[in-house]
Design a protein around this ligand. Structure first.
Ligand code: NAD
Length: 496
C-alpha cells in the first residue's frame, strides 16, 4: 500500500488481522507452537489490525544464539564492508519511504506528515553511522616513551539487546541498530509490543540488503516475557534501552549481578520550557516563542520524550502569553490534521486519569477538557489541553504524562525560573526562550538537563551526546558516545 488511504481501505477489507513473524538468523520465523499473540490496534479507529507474537524465552534464546554465532565473523569485517551494508539499508528505506510512513502512522496513531519526518530520520541514522565509522580509528592515544609503545585499542563489545518504546518506533530502533552494527556488534532487537509493524518491515530491508544472517535479529513481544528474557541472558554483552524510568530500573536490577554488562538507558522526561519576557518583548520574536513552545508541547500528541510539557512564563508577560498561546494551539493543532491519536487504549486512560486529577485539584482548563471514557470501537483521540493554576506539588506537574497536556506556570526572575525548571526528578531536556545573549548561556548551563535548546527545539546533530540527567537515564548515545556503548577498550603495551 503506497498511500495512507489505500492502506486504510485495504485494512477495512480484511476480516482478520495479519500476523507478524520474528526475524531470526536471516529468515522470518514463526514463533514456537503455544506462543500467544498480542493485539495491535490502530489508534485512530480502535480496531485490531495485526497480531504480534509474544515471543517466549526459548525463541528469544535462539535469536541470541544466532547473533552470537554471527558476531564471530561480523566483528571481523572491515569498516568499509559494514559501511556499505548500512548505506544499502538506508537506500532501501528511502525507496520504501512512504510504505514505512503509512504503517508507522497506522500503527502509532501519529500523522502521516510526522511519520515521514521520522522515516527520514531513520534513514539519516543509517547514513550517519555508515560514514562515521570510516573516520574512526580503532587504536588511539599512542604514547611512545621509555621503550614502550602504549596504545588504546577498541573492539566490538559483543551481542546487544536493543529495546525501544512505542512513541517513535522506527526512528528510535534504528538509532540503536545503526551504531550497533556499524561498530561491529550483532543484535537482537525488540520494538514495543504496541508498535511493532515498522520493525517487521525493517527486517525485510535487512534481508533484501543481504545483511549476513544472524547479524540483526528482531523478536516481538512484551516486556515481562520477551524483553526480560533478552536482557538477562549471559550471552548479551550490553543493553541499549529507551523507555520508561521504571523499566530502566527493572533492567538495571535484573542485570545487577552481571557486573560487566554495558547499559545505556534513555528514560523518561518532564521537560521545562522557560519563556522570558524579553523573548516576547524588547525585540524578541513573539510569534517564534509561541510557535516553539506549542510545537514542543504538542508535536506528536506530546508523545516525544523531549516534549516541553511544563511551560514557565515570566510574570510580566504571563497573561498575554497564555492568551496568545491558547489561541495559537487552537488554530494550529487540529485533531485528524496536525494532531494524531494517542498510541493505545491504556495510554488514553492514563492521560484521562491525569486530567481528572487536574479537574479535582481545580486547575484551570484554558483549552480542552477531560476526554470521555472510551467506548468499544472508539479511536484514541485527545484534543490538546492547556492547564494553568496547577499546584506545584501535583502529580500532574511532577509525573510524565506523555500526552497532549501542557501546564503554564508563572515565574518571577531568572533565579526562580531555574529553580522551577529543575524542580523535577527528571533531567532529559529543557527549552529556553529569550533574546538576551548573556542569559542564553547563563541559564542553559544551570539547567539540570542532558539537552538544552535555546530559541529552538528538536534539532539534532547526530554526533552530540544524547541522553538525560537524574532519573532520565544513564549513558549517552550519538557519534563517539555510541562508540563507548558498543565497543570495549583495552590498553596494549608493546616493547620498543
Ligand atoms: P516502557 O518502559 O513501558 O517500554 C519500553 C520497552 O521496554 C518496550 O519494548 C517494552 O516491551 C520493554 N520492556 C518493558 N518491560 C521490560 C523488562 N522488564 N525488560 C526488558 N524490556 C522491557 O516504555 P513505553 O511506555 O514503551 O515508552 C514510553 C517511555 O519511553 C516514556 O517514559 C518516554 O519518556 C520514554 N522515552 C524516552 C526516550 C529517551 O530518549 N530518553 C525516547 C522516547 C521515549
Amino acid at each position: 500500500c503506497d498511500t495512507l488511504a489505500k492502506a486504510e481501505d485495504w485494512l477495512r477489507s480484511q476480516n482478520t488481522p495479519f500476523h507478524l513473524e520474528n526475524y531470526v538468523d536471516g529468515l522470518y520465523a514463526q514463533a514456537s507452537s503455544g506462543t500467544t499473540h498480542i493485539d495491535s490496534f490502530n489508534p485512530k479507529t480502535g480496531r485490531v489490525f495485526a497480531k504480534v507474537p509474544c515471543t517466549q524465552p526459548g525463541d528469544v534464546d535462539a535469536a541470541i544464539h544466532a547473533a552470537k554465532a554471527a558476531f564471530l565473523s561480523w566483528s571481523k569485517t572491515t569498516r568499509a564492508e559494514r559501511s556499505a551494508y548500512l548505506r544499502r539499508v538506508s537506500e532501501l528505506i528511502q525507496e520504501n519511504r512512504e510504505l514505512f510512513a503509512v504503517w508507522e502512522s497506522i500503527d502509532q496513531g501519529k500523522t502521516i506528515e510526522r511519520a515521514r519526518v521520522e522515516v527520514d530520520r531513520a534513514i539519516a541514522n543509517f547514513l550517519y553511522f555508515s560514514t562515521f565509522i570510516l573516520h574512526q580509528k580503532t587504536a588511539a592515544r599512542m604514547i611512545d616513551e621509555e621503550e614502550v609503545l602504549t596504545y588504546e585499542h577498541r573492539s566490538p563489545a559483543g551481542v546487544f539487546a536493543l529495546i525501544s518504546p512505542w512513541n517513535m518506533p522506527l526512528y528510535l530502533l534504528t538509532w540503536k541498530i545503526a551504531p550497533c552494527l556499524a561498530f561491529g556488534c550483532t543484535a537482537v532487537a525488540k520494538p514495543s509490543e504496541v508498535t511493532s509493524v515498522t520493525a517487521f518491515l525493517l527486517a525485510g530491508v535487512f534481508q533484501k540488503a543481504k545483511t549476513p544472517k544472524g547479524v540483526i535479529n528482531i523478536v516481538f513481544g512484551d516486556g515481562p516475557t520477551t524483553g526480560a528474557a533478552l536482557v538477562i541472558s549471559r550471552l548479551i554483552s550490553g543493553v541499549s534501552f529507551t523507555g520508561g524510568t521504571a523499566t530502566g530500573v527493572a533492567i538495571r536490577q535484573a542485570t545487577a549481578h552481571q557486573i560487566n554488562k554495558h547499559l545505556s538507558l534513555e528514560l523518561g522526561g518532564k521537560n521545562p520550557t522557560l519563556v522570558f519576557a524579553d523573548a516576547f518583548r524588547d525585540g524578541g520574536h513573539r510569534e517564534r516563542a509561541i510557535k516553539i513552545a506549542s510545537m514542543a508541547a504538542f508535536q506528536n500528541q506530546g508523545e516525544i520524550c523531549l516534549c516541553g510539557s511544563r511551560i514557565y512564563v515570566e510574570d510580566s508577560i504571563y497573561d498575554e502569553f497564555v492568551k496568545e498561546f491558547v489561541a495559537y494551539v487552537e488554530k494550529a493543532f487540529i485533531m485528524g490534521k496536525s494532531v494524531g491519536a494517542v498510541a493505545s487504549n491504556a495510554h488514553y486512560d492514563k492521560i484521562r486519569l491525569y486530567l481528572r486529577l487536574a479537574e479535582q485539584e481545580r486547575a484551570v482548563f484554558r483549552l480542552g477538557g477531560v476526554p470521555k471514557e472510551l467506548g468499544v470501537g472508539d479511536g484514541y483521540w485527545i484534543a490538546p489541553v492547556v492547564l494553568t493554576d496547577v499546584p506545584l506539588d501535583s502529580r500532574v506537574m511532577k509525573d510524565e504524562i506523555f500526552g497532549p497536556v501542557a501546564t503554564i506556570t508563572k515565574f518571577n526572575g531568572e533565579g526562580e525560573a531555574i529553580q522551577l525548571a529543575n524542580d523535577s526528578e527528571y533531567g532529559l531536556a529543557a527549552i529556553l526562550l529569550t533574546s538576551d545573549g548573556a542569559r542564553m548561556r547563563r541559564v542553559s548551563e544551570q539547567l539540570e538537563a542532558g539537552m538544552v535548546w535555546v530559541n529552538g527545539w528538536l534539532q539534532r546533530e547526530l554526533g552530540t551526546p544524547f541522553g538525560g540527567m537524574k532519573t532520565s537515564g544513564t549513558g549517552r548515545e550519538g557519534g563517539e558516545y555510541s562508540r563507548e556503548v558498543f565497543t570495549v577498550v583495552r590498553t596494549v603495551h608493546l616493547p620498543a
